[in-house]
Design a binder for this molecule. Structure first.
Ligand code: PLP
Length: 406
């Protein structure tokens, strides 16, 4: 028999497929709303000015070499990254009980967190499962299955209100076996753009504490949601303050525009410093067998940005530029649909949703019609990347959205 005879052909990744179809389309007004990456007002990728500055500093730094980083990553990067997400005055940081490991961006952080839980977490009677929001970033399913943790879902999105299915979500938190693991999007939920309010986070936290659940936070969009880094870290910090056992996956792909550099970290908040030491020792063993040492360049860039006050201030401005452009596009789209085109239905969710994505609430057929008739590329669940809209194409998009829902 042939060597790979039994390997079945896998379907192509749906986002990848969408991008390929977009690229092959020669229609001048085509729009790509599938991609989860920031674009400027000219639909171009944006190298953040702060990243340009940091790159120049690195180029002229005589102390840069190409030696291996430590197994758990660049220490100046991981410690600054922990402070960024947990807050400088976090009780966990002050008590030296945070374990931080540099990872291959947010995907690697999710993987390492999942692998660590798979090996060492004392799962409750519910078995080796993780609760994911319905819907979630699709990769979460594969990441957990890869380490033999079974993904199950909790209600999150309510199509009737195009908002949070809050009561059913709470009910699942209550009925899940004690010590269950819940994956929570720290801010700017992907794909819905629907986040709990602070008051709702408080209620979620109450039940998690009561039932002894574990919070697996995925934070891929800090700063990107509201334009403010601290604001977007609120839920994570609140859970730490209230003593929820948790870990956080952190990505610098979106908020620093470093998609291809793969800069991220995974932080475990342990109950004591002594527990943190043991956890760190095992994470090092796992990391060693998987990647040996994480890549240096992106971590050096982010380390400079986080540790040099002038660069940090510039970064905050750059983040505001991205977040505010997206917020402007939300307002503009809402205005076009409600005031100008008088599109049937309620479109308030467009301005209420947060972050890169918006769940428009349109049907699969309407999504497909946008692609087929208007050359507007989006996933068939009606999700659009707000970053794909700009002042030049938003009217064309609004007019065609209006047509397909009428
Ligand atoms: N988690 C969520 C919810 C995401 O949306 C993404 C990217 O789209 C990631 C994690 C990981 O991204 P990266 O590996 O590029 O940091």
């Amino acid at each position: 028999a042939e060597t790979w005879e039994e390997v079945p052909l896998a379907p192509p990744d749906s986002i990848f497929k969408l991008t390929a179809a977009y690229k092959a389309d020669s229609f001048p007004q085509k729009i790509n709303l599938g991609v989860g990456a920031y674009r400027d007002d000219d639909s171009k990728p944006w190298v953040l000015p702060v990243v340009k500055k940091a790159t120049e500093l690195l180029l002229t730094d005589p102390d840069i070499d190409h030696e291996y980083l430590p197994i758990t990553g660049l220490p100046q990067f991981t410690s600054a990254a922990a402070k960024l997400i947990l807050g400088r005055d976090s009780p966990a940081i002050l008590e030296d009980r945070v374990v931080s490991v540099q990872t291959i961006s947010g995907t690697g952080a999710n993987h390492l967190g999942a692998l660590f839980l798979s090996r060492y977490y004392r799962f409750g009677e519910g078995g080796k499962k993780v609760w994911l929001s319905d819907p979630t970033w699709v990769n979460h399913f594969a990441i957990f299955r890869n380490v033999q943790i079974e993904p199950v879902t909790y209600p999150y999105y309510d199509p009737a209100t195009i908002g949070l299915a809050f009561e059913p979500f709470l009910e699942t938190l209550r009925s899940a076996a004690p010590r269950s693991v819940f994956l929570l999007h720290a801010c700017a939920h992907n794909p819905t753009g629907v986040d709990p309010t602070r008051e709702q986070w408080g209620q979620i936290c109450d039940i998690i504490l009561e039932k002894g659940h574990y919070a697996f936070f995925d934070c891929a969009y800090q700063g990107f949601a509201s334009g403010d880094l601290d604001n977007d870290a609120w839920a994570v910090r609140e859970f730490v303050k209230r003593g929820v056992p948790l870990l956080v996956c952190q990505s610098f792909a979106k908020n620093a525009g470093l998609y291809g550099e793969r800069v991220g970290a995974m932080h475990v908040v342990a109950p004591t410093e002594e527990a943190a030491d043991r956890v760190k020792s095992q994470l090092s063993v796992l990391q060693r067998s998987e990647i040996s040492n994480p890549p240096a360049h992106g971590a050096r860039l982010v380390s400079l940005i986080l540790n040099e006050p002038v660069l940090f201030a510039q970064w905050k401005e750059d983040i505001k530029t991205m977040a505010h452009r997206i917020i402007e596009m939300r307002k503009e789209l809402h205005k076009l649909l409600t005031e100008e085109l008088k599109t049937p239905g309620n479109w308030d969710h467009i301005v209420n949703q947060i972050g890169m994505f918006s769940f428009t609430g349109i049907s699969t057929e309407a999504s497909q019609a946008l692609t087929e008739k208007a050359h507007i590329y989006l996933t068939t669940n009606g999700r659009i990347s707000m970053a794909g809209l700009n002042r030049k194409n938003i009217r064309y998009f609004a007019e065609n959205l209006d047509k397909v829902v009428r």
